[in-house]
Write a protein that binds this ligand. Structure first.
Ligand SMILES: [Fe+2]
Length: 81
């Protein structure tokens, strides 16, 4: 949601619709798996945005997001072991 908030400001959007999620699970692993899934979706989204970007600076920014989210993915992978 932090990233969406940044994009909302950059794109001057009035509102962003967020998917509805269930509450956090009581156990650690289901929450970690959900987090892992979100990081994976973010990597795919930013990767696609980088591939489609027409401006080299915009492409560079999306590629940096892919790098950051990939770090997050590796963190959740390490915790899931
Ligand atoms: Fe992330």
């Amino acid at each position: 949601m932090e990233h969406a908030s940044v994009w909302k400001k950059i794109l001057k959007l009035d509102k962003i619709e967020f998917p509805k999620y269930d509450k956090c699970a009581a156990e650690y692993n289901p929450n970690l798996e959900e987090s892992h899934s979100r990081e994976d979706r973010a990597i795919k989204f930013y990767g696609q945005a980088a591939a489609e970007a027409q401006n080299s600076r915009v492409k560079e920014i999306f590629e940096a997001f892919v790098e950051v989210e990939t770090d997050h993915l590796h963190l959740s992978e390490a915790r899931l072991k």
